[in-house]
Design a protein around this ligand. Structure first.
Ligand SMILES: [Fe+2]
Ligand SMILES: [Fe+2]
Length: 310
């Protein structure tokens, strides 16, 4: 049986204590006089990658960047919808003997439920202010059911890379970003999400550890295999979102994109989605460290898969 070696600080009690200190409310972040500023970009360039698209002028790049912001809300709302039932299922296995673990995991699920409401609230603000329709992939319930049909170890590994990816999204592109003047509310969204996700990385690592301890090698191999299948599945969804973004852009700028323009936008945006939603997570050093402990034999495969998303 594979044994993970966790940092001694990574425990339920500390996660719960840190979570209780953060614990923000949605109305502190959006609503009232806290409105989205549609004169500004929402997403940092490193995550939205619109600058290099030659066929768009500055005003059109601003709109595409904001469309990417809306898609970010949609996609994160979507992933949170499979994280919540996954964590709740896991809580059922912990029992009540370790009540601190149970409370920490229930708080984890509660926070992710709050995040779903936060992303939906931002999406409402976006819809009011943007002016034209922007679609997201779905139906969300079909996608989340399809994800949850995979091996639980595959699902928690996917969730773990997403949690680490959220850390990267804020730390690498917002906190020390002095070169871009982004919408303050969107920066606040990413910052506040990051603050609570920091605890989730610990809790999800503990979920991986508990699951692995209960599995024999064949089951671990099956779980890791499903992790790779899920990467492909999620990528299919992301590539569909690229198409929808292109249609949203066409509506927003009031003209049909030529085939050449569409191809140029699609090529750049596919690379952007690959890095933002897969590559930046599965290459995160902490995710790689855990993955290597779960399945040393599949480490080189992870690195080879990652090349396609970086
Ligand atoms: Fe979240
Ligand atoms: Fe999370």
């Amino acid at each position: 049986m594979t044994t993970l070696v966790l940092n001694p600080y990574q425990n339920y009690e500390q996660s719960l204590s840190r979570a209780n200190k953060v614990n923000w409310h949605i109305e502190d972040i959006i609503g009232g006089n806290k409105r989205l500023d549609f004169t500004k970009r929402f997403m940092p360039e490193v995550l939205a990658r619109v600058n290099e698209i030659q066929c768009l002028n500055e005003a059109e790049k601003l709109l595409l960047n904001q469309i990417r912001g809306n898609s970010y809300l949609h996609l994160f709302g979507l992933v949170e919808e499979f994280i919540v039932p996954c964590v709740i299922d896991h809580v059922k296995t912990t029992g009540l003997s370790d009540i601190t673990a149970t409370q920490a995991l229930l708080h984890f699920a509660e926070e992710e439920s709050k995040h779903i409401r936060l992303f939906r609230r931002f999406a409402e603000e976006f819809e009011i202010g943007f002016g034209t329709r922007c679609d997201g992939i779905g139906p969300i319930s079909d996608i989340t059911h399809a994800v949850l049909e995979h091996h639980p170890l595959g699902v928690v590994l996917i969730i773990l890379y997403i949690e680490w990816m959220t850390q990267y999204h804020y730390l690498a592109s917002i906190r020390d970003n002095s070169t871009e003047s982004l919408d303050p509310q969107f920066c606040s969204l990413l910052r506040n999400h990051w603050l609570e996700e920091a605890q989730h990385t610990t809790l999800d690592t503990l979920m991986v550890e508990r699951l692995v301890q209960q599995l024999d090698q064949a089951e671990i191999d099956a779980g890791v295999e499903d992790f790779f299948k899920l990467i492909e599945f999620l990528n299919g969804g992301l590539m569909a979102q690229v198409q929808l973004d292109s249609e949203s852009l066409s509506r927003a700028i009031g003209r049909t994109l030529t085939e050449t323009e569409r191809q140029e936008i699609q090529a750049v945006q596919e690379k952007s989605y690959h890095w933002t939603f897969i590559g930046s997570g599965i290459t995160h050093s902490h995710f790689v460290e855990t993955f290597k402990q779960v399945s040393p034999a599949q480490y080189s495969r992870l690195m080879s898969v990652a090349e396609a998303y970086c």
